[in-house]
Structure formats: C-alpha cells, structure tokens
Design a protein around this ligand. Sequence first.
Ligand code: AHR
Length: 344
Amino acid sequence: MSHRLTRRNLIKSSAALGGAFVAGRYYVGRVFAAPPPLDKKDKYTVGFAQTGSNNPWRIAETASMKDQFETKLGWTLIATDANEDTNKQLADIDSIIAQRPDIFIFPPRESEALAPKVLEIKDAGIPVLLIDRDVVHDVAKPGEDYIGFIGSDFVQQGMQAAEWLVKATGGTAKIIELEGTTGADPAIDRKKGFDDFLAGTFKGSPVAAGTQSGMEILASQSGNFLRDTGRQVMETLLQAHPEVTAVYAHNDEMAIGAIAALEAAGRKPGQDVTLVSIDGENAALDAIVEGKLGASVESSPFFGPIAYETMMKYVNGEDIPDWVVVEDRFFDANNAAEFQGKQY
Ligand code: AHR
C-alpha cells in the first residue's frame, strides 16, 4: 500500500499533531519532522532546477543528471535553467512543483534565498535531495525538511588551495582572491577554508596561528564563477594592485579569465604570478600542463549516479546521512597530464 500522504490523511495527521491547516493550505512539512516519503515504483519523475548553463561545470552536472535519469533509467527529468538568476530559480521551482514530480534533486543557487523554498517543496508533499550546493540549516534542516545534501567539502577545498599556495610561494605572497557567486555556499566556504588556513585557525590545520603572516590578501571580489567576469574583475584589481604575486580563484573558469587578464597586462602567469583554483575542468588541466595554472582542487559535477543511489536508499527506508560527502582529487603539475581531456 502506498505510504504517500493523502489529502485526507493530512487533515487527520495535522489535527492529531495539532498541525497547521491555514487558509486552505496544508502545512504538512511543519507538522512532520521528516521529509515526505517516496513510494516504490518503476519510474519516477525528478524535478531538476539547474542554476545556469554558462560554464563547463554546470553543463557537465546537467549532462550527468540527464544521462542517469533519462538515458540510463528512462525516467522523466523536468529540467529548468535559471540562467544564474536566483529569482528565476525560485520561479522555476514553482513551475516544477505544479507539475507534481515525485522528488526534487537540485542545486540551490544561494544558500539563504533558497532555504524557504525547500520548506515550500516539503509543504507540497515532495521530498527534496540537494546536490552540489546546500541551504542554511537554521531555516531548512537536512533529515527533517529535506533528505540530505550530497556534495563536496568546500571548506576543505579552500584549505587545500591555501596549503598548496603557501608551499608554492614559500609562504610569501600578495594575493588577489576571485570569489564565486555571492551567497552561494561554495563561495562562502571556499573563502572560509582559505582564510582560516592562512590565519592558522583551520580545524586540524598543520600550521600554527599567525605562521602564514607572509601571505597577504590584497583584494577579494566576486567574479560570479564566470570566466569573463573573472577576467574583468582581475583586470580592474590588477590596476589597483600591480604588486600582486598570486591569485586564488574559487573556480577554474575565473582562474582562466584571470590568466587572460594577466597576459593582456604583460604579466607571466605561472612565473611572476602563481595561480590556484578549484574544479578540475579540462581547460584547467591544460593550463596546468602549460605551466600557467599551478593547481586545481577537484570539485566533481558528476552527481547523477550518486543522486540516484541516495534516492533509492531513501525509497528503501535506509538511513541517509545529512551530508553525503563527495571525495575529490587534486591536480597539479605532478598528475595533470594524466587526466587531460578526461574531465569536462
Ligand atoms: O557549486 C559548485 C560551483 O559552481 C563550481 O565550482 C562552479 O564552477 C560552479 O558554477
């Protein structure tokens, strides 16, 4: 028998639990401290509200979801593209809710702005599995309001980038930081990991507080995870800070934009300016082999298989951790050639 909550059950359950039935709307989510259940069946419809498709990482993530759910399983994926506009992603989700998918599996563009929407999806009786980016837990809680989060450890990525940069520069550098999308948790956490490592306050950091005093962040500004925005921001910051000797970009696309800006200004990336970034896309591996980019911490976009596996565990009643951590690799001059052309 189906264990999906029916309209009648909802009224009963809401009443029994002192629940909310307000203005004709069932606040199911607020009544139950668990995500809505998901019945066993042969085929599912999955709602996938993508943030955009303007960089190789996003394209690879969407392709991974389509490959898993449409091509391999023959299910329906309701996919939208918010064109990197948070309001559009919110509206896209509303339109997907109206089509009644069995489950939402998607990356919330901004961690605060999308948290109430996760609650709304729960209220609509649809379970949510977040991939790639998370929402703030003081508003929406994993295990209660949504199944859980599948994604990389962004703080760790920032820490690894800092650790590599300290070694590569001998502990002395004047750094320009190109941040990701403002309000997105990879941007927040990659900054935190980097800053905390340099300050010696990262939990488990091998360096003592204050020992990275030769590492100075000259300026830190968002390049919105985009190549051309990264190039433009770098161009401006370079004029204000010609003394720069290192760049930390929160993703490869911005690092590649920064390389273009540095070259246009007559600088020699990889020689007089050391660059480190995050993602591990093909263009970054090429730049490492060319000696222009020093290293890239991997952040995998291939969520299709792990999202499917986690969803089916939920269907089968298995415990899902609040955070399914994606293990990432690290690319530098020692191994980049081996992976060239094998990424995305
Ligand atoms: O959320 C992951 C980040 O978003 C990737 O590093 C970036 O390339 C993407 O746009």
